[in-house]
Design a protein around this ligand. Structure first.
Ligand code: F6R
Length: 614
């Protein structure tokens, strides 16, 4: 988390940096700051809160102080020290000659701090980053060169970092370094950029160098020199960036979240285009690099992910076990890391991550890789750190997702898991082709059914308004839609701050039912299928406790009339594929409730889109 931008060249640095930071706010937005290289000094401006607060401060400065051609900036998601101006980056040393912006965590900062204090360091903030500023400043006093100072300092640091550093005596350069945190260098003509992610630079250049772990770069307006961990000058490939600037526009929607929900039919269409031609064709998954022989030997699957991606993984378990009949476990990455998991070369480990940068999942994947398991990565970022760990890389190609709440990437992850499950079933002959054909037909019908939901959202909006003042919300479902209940609850709580919980409907009576009274909304997902009657009984139980019942269903049933206070009817779809439709309704519900409550839909409090700390 945290976003870094750096610029050196002919343009007005502050403009490039502020614009870049606005595209990186998804990484954190509790405070922001910039350092601008002026003549003989570095000007630092910081503000607590959103980037707009910083912009306001900068707009009041003298043109002479901010009209510079090199600078670094930062948007923060607090790890050490509360969000405040003092803890905002850039941080500096005693004499303020050196400035640094940092994404990551310096794990040994508590060991380094007293050593530096003995040398005379006076710390002002509670951050780990300020320790790095002082450490590099002492190295600079000795080496009289910023590159050498950073190279020497990073060898003393433990943890994760992506840095940009400037020193007032060397105004023609910015030094950047990375370890376990993303950093790219945008390459321009007579100008260069530094950023945590592509959106910050894409408007200016489509060429970039991806820094690798333990590399340090010296960036000037007309050159980029990269050094490996042994301080040898090396050559990194200049790559073409995969995004178009238009991907960053709201296209007339009020929020990115709404735009991204409405993109879902096209996202599904894109995924299906090359991989599933028609209901009788075999799934084409060239991305899976397991041979037929290896595939046959796979006797266990482990899915590792966090948050929304974890919920996609739970749907994946149902589908894989149903179609490919391979035992599949799903685990939160942060739990997978701290136990002795059983995996070997016959285990297929699937990491799911929109960003491909989630630290917990990266660590878990590395752990599985060390056990020689085959690593498949399902991600929206084929240029990410996680993608580079993949034996089989399965990009979801959902396009850039700006809203912090994941929506279109979830549907794309579901689709990838459906296709993977069918592919595994086809290669192991575990399910009849007739049965697979039925599921393929349902998948191919998804885009038009999603469009039906998205073209008429009046009912969802009405219900959102009616229930927007609820303090709590319960989501229930069974079987393959239990993860939909979890994801619906997560969406609602993260953007509206309403306490929402997802339960398997059968579990209500084992405790949560005590919560029910005439103020509690209970949203039930009822699909035509094996568990339909069971969940209907669970709804009766909830109604008997006076809960306010909302049904999301694809079945017109007389029994619904006296049972539900409100009903949302969705197009008919098989139980197996229904999570992709149901979730769209729940995403819209969360969106409109958050909107009615006047919350910051795209940037909910305390969150960041890319969680690069464990
Ligand atoms: C919720 C959300 C998070 C992420 C989680 C994992 O809307 O976006 O729960 O799903 O932080 O992120 P990725 O998928 O990037 O690994």
């Amino acid at each position: 988390m945290c976003g870094i931008v750096g610029y050196i060249g002919k343009r007005k640095a502050v403009e490039v940096i502020l614009k870049g930071l606005s595209h990186l706010e998804y990484r954190g937005y509790d405070s922001a700051g910039v350092a601008l290289m002026a003549k003989d000094k570095i000007n630092i401006y910081k503000a607590a809160g959103k980037l707009n607060n910083l912009k306001e401060i900068i707009s009041k400065q003298n043109e002479a102080d901010i009209n510079t051609h090199a600078g670094i900036g930062h948007t923060r998601w607090a790890t050490h020290g509360m969000p405040s101006e003092i803890n905002a980056h850039p941080h500096t040393c005693n004499c303020k000659s050196l400035v640094i912006v940092h994404n990551g965590i310096i794990e040994n900062y508590k060991d380094l701090k007293p050593v530096l204090e003995k040398k005379g360091s006076k710390f002002k903030s509670e951050t780990d980053t300020e320790v790095a500023a002082h450490l590099i400043a002492y190295e600079f006093e000795e080496k009289k060169d910023l590159l050498k100072a950073v190279q020497s300092a990073v060898k003393k640091l433990k943890g994760a970092y992506a840095f940009s550093v400037m020193h007032k005596t060397m105004p023609d350069r910015i030094i950047a370094a990375r370890k376990n945190a993303p950093l790219i260098i945008g390459v321009g003509e007579g100008e260069n950029f530094i950023a945590s992610d592509i959106p910050a630079v894409i408007e200016y250049t489509k060429k970039a160098i991806y820094l690798s772990d333990n590399q340090v770069a010296e960036i000037k307006a007309d050159s980029v020199k990269i050094y490996d961990e042994n301080d040898n000058l090396i050559q990194n490939k200049v790559e073409c960036l995969p995004f178009e600037p238009v991907a960053l526009s709201k296209m007339g929607y009020k929020h990115y979240m709404l735009k991204e929900i409405h993109e879902q039919p096209d996202v599904v269409r894109n995924i299906l285009t090359d991989k599933l031609k028609n209901k009788d064709a075999e799934v084409v998954l060239d991305d899976v690099k397991l041979t037929r022989e290896q595939l046959k030997k796979i006797n266990r699957i482990q899915i590792i992910a966090c948050g929304t991606s974890l919920h996609a993984g739970l749907v994946g378990k149902y589908v894989i076990e149903e179609l490919a009949k391979i035992p599949t476990d799903v685990e939160a990455s942060s739990e997978y890391i701290y136990r002795n998991t059983i995996a070997d070369e016959n285990t297929l480990v699937i990491g799911i991550s929109q960003s491909g940068e989630t630290a917990d999942t990266i660590t878990a994947i590395k752990q599985a890789k060390a056990k020689n398991s085959h690593i498949a990565i399902i991600t929206n970022r084929k240029d990410s750190a996680m993608a580079r760990l993949a034996d089989s890389l399965l990009p979801i190609n959902a396009g850039i997702e700006v809203s912090v709440a994941a929506t279109k990437s979830y549907i794309a992850q579901l689709l990838s898991l459906y296709l993977l499950a069918i592919y595994l079933a086809e290669n192991t002959n575990k399910t009849s082709s007739k049965e697979l054909s039925e599921i393929k037909k349902e998948l191919l019908s998804l885009p038009s059914k999603l469009e039906i939901i998205l073209n008429d959202t009046k009912k969802v909006q009405e219900i959102s308004k009616k229930y927007s003042n609820s303090k709590d919300f319960i989501f229930i479902a069974r079987g393959i839609n239990y993860p939909s209940a979890l994801e619906g609850a997560l969406k609602l709580k993260e953007i509206s701050y309403i306490n929402a919980t997802g339960y398997p409907a059968g579990e209500l009576k084992h405790g949560p039912i005590a919560m029910l009274d005439n103020t509690m909304p209970v949203l039930a997902i009822l699909n035509k299928g094996t568990v339909y009657d069971k969940i209907l009984s669970n709804c009766e139980e909830a109604k008997a406790r006076q809960a306010r019942l909302i049904g999301v269903t694809n079945l017109i049933d007389e029994k619904h009339k006296n049972l539900f206070d409100d009903l949302i009817l969705i197009p008919e779809i098989s139980d197996m594929v229904s999570p992709a439709l149901n979730i769209t309704v729940l995403q819209l519900l969360a969106y409109h409730i958050s909107e009615y409550l006047g919350k910051d839909v795209d940037q909910p409090r305390n969150l960041a889109k890319s969680v690069t700390v464990e």
